[in-house]
Design a protein around this ligand. Sequence first.
Ligand code: GCU
Length: 346
Amino acid sequence: MFKKIMSILIVGIMLISFVGCSKTNDTSTDAGTDVDVDTPAAVTTQVLKLSFNQSENHPQYKALETFGKHLEEETGGAYAIEISPNALLGDQRASSELVQSGAIQMAVVGNPIVENFNKDFAVIGLPYIYDSLEHQKEVFTSGILNELFASVSGNGFEVVGAFTAGSRNVYADKAIEKPADLSGYKIRVMESDTMKKMLDYMGGIGTPMAQGEVYTAVQQGVLEGGENNEVTYVDLKHYEIAPYFSYTQHLMVPDLIIINNNIYAGMSNENKEIFNRLMNETIENQFAGWNDSVEDAKKVAIENGATFVELDIRPFQENVTPLHNEVTASSEKTKKLYDEIRTLAQ
Ligand code: GCU
């Protein structure tokens, strides 16, 4: 009996935290404050729970925090954002499922997660497809990805934008300067076939794994290293287990911002316009602040004994060419998008 009461209580608490995502605000005073008043003028705030797999120090977290503040202000308290950092609500794959089912409302997920819903997404996560941060920004803000993003909306969520996560580089227990240096090296990649193939072409053994497991896997010798940007390398203290960070610059994987379909469809035109406008501004700002975050992260890594290695990327670029051919041959849409992305580089 006691057990039964306890399980009812636990389920109750979970329901309150997941479903009870609304609060009542008094619009007659300061919109967006948390005063509960039972008057007809009261506005119910839809709290958008957002799952984030990195820490509060991450520039994307900070960008989303500002986004949430402005969203609450501009919608007169109709919408607010509550970010759960550090993968507290699960890894990116689990979070995308929670958004689909409506248990939570938003998440930031790496492109490979959405690639599972439509293979065409592989093209925007191809190695060396972006020449620079500026080029990637141009691609993300030019509107050429709108059709691709809309293609997954039948799956219970919408892709409302893409953040940059800078360039990814290989890190291990030794400097990686050429493909042969990766021979026999198991390097963690994000959970995607394209990423695995990429690392294999680069000369190593791509090993798909969730980000949260990498530290221990390298420490225990299951992996020789990983690949990521400087910010995550430092955020997760990976310099402690893999102190050589080699500038292969092989990837600039988009981080996609997703929102539950019904929540998005349920917004008034006015609130949707505010949401989209603020999201676009947030993406621009996040690009603008990225290089500073990288410099800050590098300082911390160097203070902690990490070595940053410059190298000639051309042999790696040549090695991954077959992957470009494979992905562009997979559909007309992918080929078209590939050409459009490359055109924007010029
Ligand atoms: C980056 C990226 C994350 C991703 C992570 C990973 O940090 O921003 O979205 O989860 O890499 O390698 O898994």
